[in-house]
Design a protein around this ligand. Structure first.
Ligand code: TRP
Length: 334
């Protein structure tokens, strides 16, 4: 039997290439080896955006479309929407009961989220009961399918640790070995920065979307910051001081190409504008197939919806079996 993985993303609309390189590419590889469950965490999106739900539906479709374009294969992976599996909410109730309050209060990722909320919405912003429950809901996602491993970024590891603590505590209280202790599966890819050299993010306006056209991508890359001390294009450049363009070369090109870029830059043979134009071509080449596939799905949205519907049904069937067993373990009336 294959080991199982569960992972999710909050639906925030069209994904950027940072999501692709950091998360989705990893999923695409892992799905070959693991029994894989990938879902749009729409309840988690509500923990901070409960009052901004106008785009929630289209955001779910957008993320799933990006996953499919990137190569998540609905024939081998189960793709679903969290809220279409209400058993997760039931499990969330049971897990809430066994989770000590201070476990969620000391969760570092949650503290960061509360801080961001305060800077966005001012000192009066409230951490809701739902947001406080973020790690418990995430544990419910993972334990609902009894995952062996959870592929996530480093920022989510604290949540996986709480999940293991909750699993252990549940097993202790109800004298069972039902829940597995899921381990985080970190990927070792290098983080891609935004076009301004800061962390890439939708809200910072410094991202390249998977769904961007080649033209948009080129335009965006032409705005990327480079070596600030270089005034004229035949001045010798400093690849190591180049804040974005050279870093992108390191991600998208092979060793030989990178070496050429470095030498030509250092000798002043390649101006930044030319360099970025060439870089844009390489990036566009890298995403050409994915974008073509995305265009297909954009014009066949019913197929995307059908995949979500089938996947959610499959996930729900699995969850329903598990929740029965959990009710029995706890001793619920049936
Ligand atoms: N919190 C995760 C994030 O923001 C998304 C998520 C929700 C998740 N539930 C999960 C990831 C369960 C892995 C497993 O990226």
């Amino acid at each position: 039997m294959k080991e199982r993985i569960v992972s999710g993303m909050r639906p925030t609309g069209k994904l950027h290439i940072g999501h692709y390189l950091g998360v989705i590419q990893n999923w695409v590889e892992l799905q070959k080896k693991y029994d894989s469950f990938f879902f749009a965490a729409d309840w988690h999106a509500l923990t901070t955006k409960y009052d901004k739900t106008e785009t929630l539906k289209s955001d779910v479709i957008d993320v799933v479309t990006d996953w499919l374009a990137a190569g998540i294969d609905p024939e081998i992976s189960t793709i679903y929407v969290q809220s279409l599996v209400p058993e997760i909410a039931e499990l969330n109730i049971y897990l809430s009961m066994v989770t000590p309050q201070n476990w969620v209060e000391r969760d570092p990722t949650l503290k960061d989220m509360a801080k961001i909320l305060r800077t966005k919405e001012g000192a009066n912003s409230q951490v809701s009961y739902g947001l406080l429950g973020y790690p418990v809901l995430m544990s419910s996602d993972i334990l609902m399918f009894n995952a062996d491993a959870v592929p996530v970024g480093i920022d989510q590891v604290a949540h996986i640790e709480i999940t293991r603590d909750i699993a252990r505590r549940f097993n202790n209280i109800y004298k069972t070995e039902f829940f597995h202790e899921a381990k985080p599966l970190l990927n070792n890819c290098s983080l891609i920065c935004g076009l301004d050299g800061n962390k890439m993010g939708k809200s910072y306006g410094n991202d390249i979307k998977i769904s961007d056209t080649e033209e948009t991508t080129t335009k965006k890359i032409m705005t990327a910051v480079t070596d600030a001390s270089r005034m004229r294009k035949d001045d010798p450049g400093h690849p190591d001081e180049c804040r974005v363009a050279y870093k992108y070369w390191e991600i998208f090109a092979d060793d030989e190409q990178i070496n050429t870029v470095r030498c030509e830059c250092e000798k002043g043979l390649r101006g930044c504008a030319d360099c970025k134009r060439m870089l844009a071509a390489v990036v566009n080449e890298h995403f050409a197939q994915i974008r073509e596939k995305r265009l297909y799905y954009e014009t066949h949205i019913d197929e995307v919806k059908d995949i979500i519907c089938q996947g959610s049904k499959r996930a729900r069937t699995e969850a329903a079996k598990t929740i029965e067993k959990i009710r029995e373990i706890i001793g619920m009336y049936s």
